[in-house]
Design a protein around this ligand. Structure first.
Ligand code: AMP
Length: 544
């Protein structure tokens, strides 16, 4: 009866963020580190280039709903694509440059990408695959470098140059798809997560709240987390929305250029996985660097060691705040600010959790028996979440439907929730390993190991690692009469999987423990590892 009298039909779209960039936030700055020093542009200029890119993509035949892929670092050009594709009604598909060839081929074909925008420094990583992309019509090369053997190349700057200023942006429904990102944190093929305009805007807005990252106009934001990882944790939307400046590291992700960038560009907020901060800590411990501009560092994607947070705070007065999330959760789900009244051990206990649930994110803990557990900080079970920026299915893939039920996402993380909404992760139910922020499939490694003639069984588990968070440990049972050295197995894997997947350590065991239904019982192996009962064999060891 009261319909039409309220404002609830005003769409939440990224077009609104674009208009703020063009207008009231127009003097915000985007700084990108390049081979030739720093490239600077104001948001107003970036918005104008977004319009030109929209027109350029239209020239290349992109229509509403088409997928436009990017294969790039964090740069100004990438930011332009972040807004151009969605604001013209197309879908931005960010390709993870670290996936290996078969996975890339799979996701490009599965998403049916029409165009790929490639940073010229990454041409060599994709050119050989180009003939296998079934739907890609053009490669738009960003930057000055060579386009190699890529077919149907269009140069980004030339494409923009030949467009007239201004673009008639369509008025979009907020439920229009805006972006697509595949995750390999599952078994089987990577799965696509589709984000709507509404979910992107709500996520960005909540990222700006004080109990989350508090992104404001005063900030200079450095997303070290790649823009191909779940929307760079929302920073690439939140900063332009708030009017915060952005400092883009491009491919210069080593500690020295990062430290220099923070110091010289007076970065106030930076985000990256623990591996990056561990490397940076080592660097700043040894080199006098002024990082005093940083008001907060957000860290997540894997458990953040308390020692890392304490070292930064004690030695450099830098506050690292842990966050938890997934590609499926846009990605921010929780942020670990300790309650103001806490101090000492209690303060650090809160800081060491995976964080407190963000507004609009609902959660529950479900036991193996399907029972909902109390929020008592003790009872553990699988963490399930739902909310306006949390996936409710995978894109055109029903093979993992069991991850979604009754509107809830099964995260695969085993956790406890306390009465205040803090999540404490205790284990992982999903069979994958996260190394330096990237997923390694234990199942794939096991399959390849068991293909070796001397191996009868192999179970791969995560081994905690100070630098990479986790590294795979292969527990191998040799076939009767079989003989293989660690080097043999590493060489065998070297021909079949990405180099960084290869386990550095192996444990030769008599038998893989099994559950009552005959599945590998990795919990037992993990416990044995923790108890020091697994004898680890490094390179050169021979067992028969
Ligand atoms: P991704 O989809 O690649 O972002 O990976 C999401 C997964 O990374 C989560 O389900 C967790 O297993 C892990 N993860 C993310 N943040 C944290 C954290 N703060 N502590 C522990 N695990 C985390």
């Amino acid at each position: 009866m009261l319909e039409g009298l309220m404002q609830d039909d005003h769409p939440l779209t990224l077009g609104h963020v674009l208009e703020r960039m063009r207008g009231m936030n127009g003097d915000g700055e985007v700084v990108t580190l390049t081979d030739d020093g720093l490239r600077r542009a104001r948001y107003a200029e970036v918005a104008e280039r977004v319009d030109r890119l929209c027109a350029g993509l239209r020239e290349l035949g992109i229509e509403e709903g088409d997928r436009v892929a990017t294969f790039s670092w964090n740069t100004q050009d990438h930011l332009e694509a972040y807004f151009a594709a969605p604001c013209m009604g197309a879908v931005l598909h960010t390709l993870n440059i670290r996936l290996f060839p078969e996975q890339l081929e799979y996701i490009v074909n599965h998403a049916e990408d029409k165009v790929i925008l490639v940073d010229s420094s990454l041409v060599s990583a994709i050119e050989e695959l180009a003939p296998r992309f079934e739907t890609v019509r053009n490669f738009v090369v960003m930057g000055d470098g060579d386009a190699g053997s890529l077919p149907n190349v269009v140069r980004y700057e030339e494409l923009l140059e030949r467009q007239s200023p201004g673009f008639a942006h369509p008025r979009l429904d907020e439920r229009t798809a805006a972006a697509l990102c595949y995750t390999s944190g599952t078994t089987g093929n990577p799965k696509g997560v589709l984000y709507s305009h509404r979910s992107s805007v709500l996520h960005a807005l909540t990222t700006c709240t004080a109990d989350a990252l508090g992104v404001s106009r005063e900030d200079r934001v450095l997303p070290v987390v790649p823009m191909f990882h779940a929307n760079a944790w929302g920073l690439a939307h939140a900063a332009p929305l708030a009017g915060a400046d952005m400092v883009m590291p491009s491919r210069f992700l080593q500690p020295e250029p990062l430290a220099r960038l923070i110091a010289e560009e007076r970065v106030t907020l930076a985000g990256a996985v623990p591996t990056i901060w561990l490397d940076l800590l080592r660097h700043v411990d040894e080199h006098d660097t002024d990082l005093s501009s940083l008001r907060m560092v957000v860290c997540g994607g894997a458990a953040v060691p308390r020692s890392l947070m304490e070292a930064f705070e004690d030695r450099h007065a830098i506050r690292i705040v842990q966050a938890w999330g997934m590609t499926e959760t846009s990605p921010l789900g929780s942020v670990a600010h300790a309650p103001a009244e806490t101090e000492g051990e209690e303060h650090w206990d809160y800081r060491s959790t995976a964080g407190r649930l963000m507004p609009l994110v609902e959660a529950r803990i479900v036991s193996d028996e399907g029972e909902e557990m109390p929020w008592d900080g003790e009872s553990t079970g699988e963490l399930e979440v739902r909310g306006p920026w949390i996936a409710r299915t995978y894109y055109e893939d029903s093979t993992a439907d069991d991850k979604f039920h009754d509107g809830w996402l099964r995260t695969g993380d085993v956790a406890a929730l306390d009465a205040k909404g803090y999540i404490r992760i205790t284990d992982r139910a999903k069979d994958v390993i996260k190394s330096g922020g990237e997923w390694i499939s234990s199942v794939d490694l096991e399959g390849e190991l068991m293909a070796h003639e001397a191996v009868s069984e192999a179970a791969v588990i995560a081994r905690p690692d100070e630098r990479w968070s986790e590294r795979p440990l292969a527990c191998v049972v040799l076939a009767e009469g079989g003989s293989a050295s660690v080097d043999d197995l590493r060489e065998h894997l070297g021909e079949r999987v990405a180099k960084w997947w290869i386990p550095s350590e192996f444990a030769f065991i008599d038998e893989v423990p099994k559950t009552s239904v005959g599945k590998f019982d990795k919990k037992v192996l993990r416990q044995r590892l923790e108890d020091g009962e697994l004898e680890l064999a490094g390179e050169g060891a021979v067992v028969s």
